[in-house]
Design a protein around this ligand. Structure first.
Ligand code: 5GP
Length: 198
């Protein structure tokens, strides 16, 4: 289970997409959310868009591995797909916030690798948050405050990557993923293989 977290504006969505394109051994965990769908987003691909009552029914039914409130909306990781994929030995990518990461860590510490993505500078973060639309200074200041709040959780992560260059950041994520896959404890068939050698 590979978790990527970052404040918005750090380039996490691009990095997730690039990683999924480059590595077919890892699949995205598609979250459920109560937030409105953005025009470019697809149902079941980017998110499962649900109503608040549907989300609450899912909580009551124990359908979430973790769930959290982010900026007034609800987000959660549906449990079933993740457990099925893990049972098949697949790796799963989670684009979730620090609250979700903490919950997954409590439940499945040994299976989890977490990476925090940082923007290259304060000025660049502000530029990226401002670029999204022609927003007022007040709205941009609000986004900067939320980013600062998310960034304050960076020490809770296993790895930290400063995203100054997308290609370099992607290569760093792939290096982490490859190294973590090579951990002895994760190579489930290795004892039998070694026994055959000796
Ligand atoms: P956005 O609305 O911009 O897609 O996402 C807002 C924030 O919610 C991002 O930091 C994203 O990582 C986080 N998020 C998305 N899905 C989940 C989820 O299932 N659980 C948690 N805890 N956070 C999520």
């Amino acid at each position: 289970m590979l978790v990527l977290s970052s404040p918005s504006g750090a380039g996490k969505t691009t990095l997730s997409r690039r990683l999924l394109e480059a590595d077919h051994g890892i699949a995205l965990s598609v979250s459920a959310t109560t937030r409105a769908r953005r025009p470019t987003e697809r149902e079941g691909v980017d998110y499962y868009f649900v109503t608040m009552p549907q989300f609450e029914t899912m909580i009551a039914g124990g359908e979430f591995l973790e769930h959290a409130r982010v900026f007034g909306n609800r987000y959660g990781t549906p449990r079933a797909v993740v457990m099925d994929e893990l049972a098949l030995g697949k790796d799963i990518l989670f684009d979730i916030d620090w609250q979700g990461t903490q919950q997954l860590k409590e439940k499945m510490r040994d299976d989890l690798v977490s990476i925090f993505i940082l923007p290259p500078s304060h000025a660049e973060l502000e530029r990226r948050l401002r670029n999204r639309a022609e927003d007022s200074d007040e709205i941009v200041a609000g986004r900067m405050a939320k980013a600062a709040d998310e960034i304050s959780h960076w020490p809770e992560y296993d790895y930290v990557i400063v995203n100054s260059d997308v290609e370099k950041a992607l290569a760093d994520i792939q290096a982490i993923l490859n190294a973590e896959r090579l951990r002895r404890s994760r190579q489930t068939g290795i004892s039998g293989f070694v026994a055959g050698l000796t």
